[in-house]
Design a protein around this ligand. Structure first.
Ligand code: IFM
Length: 448
């Protein structure tokens, strides 16, 4: 590895967030209830009884937050739109007040010379749609298409970069199989139907966006991907890894880029396979302009006859460094994912739409010294650079996250931000990693 690497000209340095994790103001601007309001207010679902009612109060503080983004030298800001702000009851007429908030945010970003990257769905489904079956109901994909159309019609003049769905694997599996995310179901056939309907929603969303996009605009999906490797060299571990790769990576990538789900995964799912209607796969595999990849850690898989439903579990090597999430720090995995996706699926453009780490941050003398996060980001960026050198069309990197925020079922206890948030006062403190990142964005260079 060289001492210092300079990224390509026009490489986008960004940061990412999501609506429910930062906005707060859940009862303002005509916003409807989302499945995450319901879930977080259900006792026992979120650590410490936390919820997103106030979060980082970004809804009121967006202007100061954009000023901080400017301080970090960001070229891009990836945020999500809260579907229940736009369609409080899931359908009908769009709520002008909800759209106005995002119009103000987008204007503020442009004034600060920061390009908006908009995600349409980052897990906050309107509760009214959940009441009609949520992602288990294929009509939800139609509602998503209407929502995408309403958003681009209202905000399209200020946005050139669109993502349909964030991490369909997580929404389907953590929300419908493991019960860890909203809506909290534990049902394999439902989870697989949800996974299919989320991909269908991506297809409906792409069609809606395309109908309004202008030349030079881009749209695609965001997937959480990881290299999946066997924990040992037994056949059982090799099979566990092949299955894990199929479930998390190939299921989605094959659907998008090859127009069918992988046969080996369909065999693994057996009777739980979702219903797929004629035309679904064509809709899902329509061309996209960009693929967003979220990478955090590799999947090291061991066979475990007790583990339901796939007899496999994730392991972390005993001496491996881990983050506060217990996730293995494995920077090379980013290189492996990028080069694999490039070789096997060839998207014309890739963005790392999330990458980052939670650590136990403390404020001392008004400062947050987080060398571990800085090292995590540095090592991953060096691996991203390696991939670029090998021809991967990587156009940008968005650190997760701009701010500490509501980490879903783990509440506010896990801090991913390069900016610290004191939730009692809403004070923001740029962490050491944030100052370091500002230097990277300014110099377009990472020193190893
Ligand atoms: O906080 C989440 C984000 O909402 C989606 N990707 C992973 C992050 C860290 O868990």
């Amino acid at each position: 590895m060289t001492d210092s690497v300079t990224f390509p000209e026009h490489f986008v340095w960004g940061a990412a967030t999501a609506a429910y994790q930062i906005e707060g103001a859940v009862r303002e601007g005509g916003r409807g209830i989302s499945i995450w309001d319901t879930f977080s207010h259900t006792p026992g679902k979120v650590a410490n009884g936390d919820d997103g009612d106030v979060a980082c109060d970004h809804y009121h503080r967006y202007s100061d937050d954009v000023a901080l983004m400017r301080e970090l030298g960001l070229g891009g800001y990836r945020f999500s739109i809260a579907w229940p702000r736009v369609f409080p009851t899931g359908s009908g007429r769009p709520n002008a007040e909800g759209l106005d908030f995002y119009r103000r945010l987008i204007d503020e970003l442009h004034a600060a010379d920061i390009t908006p990257y908009v995600t349409l769905y980052h897990w906050d489904l309107p509760q009214a749609l959940q009441d009609q079956g949520g992602w288990g109901n294929r009509d939800t994909a139609l509602r998503f298409g209407e929502y995408a159309h309403a958003v681009i019609s209202a905000l399209g003049s200020g946005v050139q970069h669109w993502f349909t769905i964030n991490e369909p694997w997580v929404a389907a599996f953590l929300g419908h199989l493991m019960g860890l995310h909203a809506p909290g179901a534990r049902d394999l056939p439902l989870a697989l139907q949800a996974a299919h309907n989320l991909m269908l929603a991506h297809g409906q969303g792409m069609s809606a966006l395309r109908s309004e996009m202008r030349p030079g605009d881009e749209a695609g999906i965001v997937l959480n991907l990881a290299p999946v490797q066997p924990a040992g060299d037994s056949n059982a571990d090799l099979e566990a890894a092949a299955g894990g790769d199929g479930i998390m990576n190939r299921w989605f990538l094959d659907a998008l880029y090859r127009g069918h789900y992988p046969d080996d995964v369909a065999r693994l799912y057996g009777d739980a396979m979702p219903e797929i209607a004629p035309g679904d796969m064509e809709l899902i595999s329509q061309p996209t302009d960009v693929l967003g990849i979220n990478y955090y850690f590799r999947w090291l898989m061991a066979h475990d006859p007790e583990a339901q439903p796939f007899q496999a579990r994730l392991v972390v090597p005993p001496s491996a460094p881990v983050t506060a999430m217990g996730w293995e720090v494995y920077p090379e995995g980013l290189y492996q994912v990028l080069t694999r996706v490039h070789a096997d699926y060839g998207p014309s453009r890739i963005l790392v739409t999330e990458n980052g780490a939670a650590y136990e941050d403390v404020v001392e003398d008004g400062q947050v010294d987080d060398p571990d996060r800085e090292a995590y980001l540095r090592e991953h960026l060096l691996q991203a650079y390696r991939a670029i050198e090998e021809g991967v069309p990587l156009g940008g990197y968005f650190v997760w996250s701009l701010l500490d925020n509501f980490e879903w079922s783990l509440g506010y206890g896990k801090r991913f931000g390069v900016i610290y948030v004191d939730y009692a006062t809403q004070e923001r403190i740029v962490k050491r990693s944030g100052h370091w990142y500002a230097q990277v964005t300014r110099e377009n260079r990472v020193t190893g």
